[in-house]
Design a protein around this ligand. Structure first.
Ligand SMILES: [Cu+2]
Length: 367
């Protein structure tokens, strides 16, 4: 096993090689979000047996398309397990595995001897930037968050390519301050070889893929109800860390904020944008309800709430805001001139007396 701390010398190539953002990538990304949203809206009428998995996640899989020379190549970036949060990482000692699989979409055949140059960023900061190779074209990197100061990558070094390779039993490992914070992780993947270890694709033709995976940030709070009862509230944010949790006893309103840049141009330029928050409220309490009203910076977002009653002990209320909804809210927030400048998305959630206000999943047999 070898160990390398620094970014390989090849990263010079990376900076000189401009990222290509083809409109096709945009299209696929938008389509992916649309599909996730569609899937969630279809769940009540479908027979999916485990709605929890579809509901509980942030972004855990991306399917990206590109072509090089006259061939098409799709890349799947997939996180296992799909639900990873700061709490499950700590309490269940999760070690999420990120899979990078390159294949021909026409035949579904995987490409072999794939060399990947992978950059992982969070909030624009580069965490990993290195070469990897997998003879079967199915690379797996295990994320092991730790308190170490730097991120280190471990794997078998490929003698020809100076790239990390893994085996079935011992995948490549990235350890250190990676996946230890909640939020979106940005994966930029460039493919350098395909078919044979030494068959390099010309540098200006190497396909580049852009994908995002999210780690949920968990907050646990106790709130005191007016009847004196103390109940636990859990919030999982798949976009950024939660701050300023507050409970307004008289209004029965849960309030919290999240850092957010309201610049509309920035949001429109962002390929992947989905604000997803989950609030778990114990059943059998005065906060439990069939439906809820929600707001973001004072703007009503009740139509973007989904209540999942399938858990026997708690209702899980989801704020699900795809890009068009976020952009629309940002435009309104900016027009008010007051709340955009503090750089916060301010959420509020109140049990509703009007039973039709937010969509609620019907109870499913056996759930
Ligand atoms: Cu190979």
């Amino acid at each position: 096993m070898s160990k390398r701390l620094d970014i390989s010398r090849y990263c010079l190539n990376m900076t000189s090689c401009k990222m290509k953002n083809s409109s096709f990538h945009n299209y696929v990304t938008v389509l992916t979000i649309a599909c996730i949203f569609l899937l969630i809206s279809l769940i009540p009428s479908s027979t999916i047996l485990h709605p929890k998995t579809a509901f509980g996640d942030g972004l855990f899989q991306e399917q990206l398309s590109a072509s090089f020379e006259d061939r098409k190549a799709d890349l799947i970036i997939k996180m296992t397990p799909p639900v990873v949060t700061t709490e499950t990482l700590q309490k269940q000692n999760q070690k999420p595995v990120i899979q990078f699989k390159l294949y021909d979409p026409a035949t579904n055949e995987g490409y072999k001897h794939v060399t990947y140059f992978i950059t992982i960023e969070k909030d624009g900061k580069k965490l990993v930037s290195d070469w990897f190779h997998d003879h079967k074209g199915d690379l797996k990197i295990e994320m092991k968050p730790s308190n170490a100061e730097q991120i280190t990558v471990y794997g078998e070094p490929d003698p020809i390519l100076q790239a990390f390779t893994g085996t079935e039993n011992s995948p490549v490992v990235a350890t250190g301050p990676i996946f230890s914070e909640g939020g979106l992780y940005h994966f930029i993947v460039r493919i350098a070889t395909i078919d044979y270890d030494r068959s390099f694709i010309a540098e200006d033709k190497q396909p580049i893929y852009d994908g995002w995976l999210s780690v949920g940030s968990t907050v646990n709070q106790q709130v005191s109800l007016s009847d004196g009862k103390q109940i636990p509230i859990q919030i999982i944010s798949y976009y950024d860390d939660i701050k300023d949790f507050n409970f307004d006893t008289t209004k029965k309103q849960i309030q919290f904020t999240m850092p957010f840049n309201w610049n509309v141009t920035r949001l429109e330029d962002q390929k992947q944008l989905m604000v997803h928050q989950e609030v778990s409220i114990p059943k059998g309490t005065s906060l439990a309800s069939q439906s809820y009203t929600g707001a973001i910076n004072g703007i009503d977002v009740t139509k973007n709430l989904m209540v999942d009653p399938s858990n026997s002990t708690k209702n899980v209320v989801h704020f699900m805001l795809p890009k068009p909804a976020v952009v629309q809210i940002a435009e309104e927030v900016n027009n008010k001139h007051t709340t955009a400048s503090n750089g916060l998305m301010e959420f509020s959630l109140t049990p509703s007396t009007n039973a039709t206000s937010s969509s609620s999943m019907p109870k499913m047999a056996g759930m």
